[in-house]
Design a protein around this ligand. Structure first.
Ligand code: E4P
Length: 217
């Protein structure tokens, strides 16, 4: 399972990278705004800064919602760095742009996916990644994890190579459940990744080992 971090915060990206388990980064306009990164030039520079920290794919989202605008913005994003994956919204023009970029060998992450039908379209358009937002489905009393199972079944039925990128992961159990269901990738906050480390028996066992070592030395 690939681990992506879902943030535009460079310090958190560096911390996850230093842990040695980071495979990429996802961002979105809200995450950029949260870090105070505004204005086209600053946003583009920030994507390059992220690419220079990680050794993996960095999803960069277009703002345009029409085909021509998405193509223009997506080409500029893809030109920034070879690690950039163009992130497109799951709307009709987004699917058209996905096919356009895929035919040109530019990788795409289809975002804001909330149904199996949308994921099927993303695969048919040749997306590299499809991003079902499980946390936002949970927020409205709909089982986000069930969507991961549905997409896994459909993709396996037909051998689609589009990778299921479980997005809107909010906590550690989401990561474990997505791993059980066969999501190819998860993207979540640093806190959810670090949560995987925690177990009281590890802390108790380590303290005991160190205490016993001190007794004999
Ligand atoms: C995915 O690429 C999105 O950036 C993200 O996972 C959205 O998560 P949220 O629902 O926590 O905002």
């Amino acid at each position: 399972m690939k681990f992506f971090i879902d943030t535009a915060n460079l310090e958190q990206i560096k911390e996850a990278q230093a842990l040695g388990v980071l495979d990429g980064v996802t961002t979105n306009p809200s995450l950029m705004a949260k870090e105070g990164i505004t204005g086209k030039d600053n946003i583009l520079k920030h994507y390059v800064a992220i690419c220079n920290i990680v050794n993996g794919d960095v999803s960069a989202e277009v703002i345009a919602t029409d085909f021509d605008g998405m193509v223009r913005e997506g080409e500029a994003l893809a030109d920034l760095h070879p690690q950039i994956v163009v992130k497109l919204p799951m709307i009709a023009d987004g699917i058209k742009a996905c096919k356009y970029f895929t035919d040109k060998g530019i990788r795409v992450n289809m975002t804001l996916v909330f149904s199996a039908g949308q994921a099927l379209l993303a695969a048919k358009a040749g997306a590299t990644y499809v991003s079902p937002f499980i946390g936002r489905l949970d927020d409205i009393s709909t089982d986000g994890l069930n969507l991961i199972s549905e997409i896994r079944l459909i993709y396996d039925n037909y051998g689609y190579e589009t990778e299921i990128l479980a997005a809107s992961v909010r906590h550690t159990m989401h990561i474990i459940d997505c791993a059980k269901l066969g999501a190819d990738v998860m993207t979540g906050p640093l806190s959810a990744i670090m949560g995987l480390l925690k177990h009281p028996l590890t802390d108790i066992g380590l303290a005991q080992f160190l205490a016993d070592y001190k007794k004999g030395n």
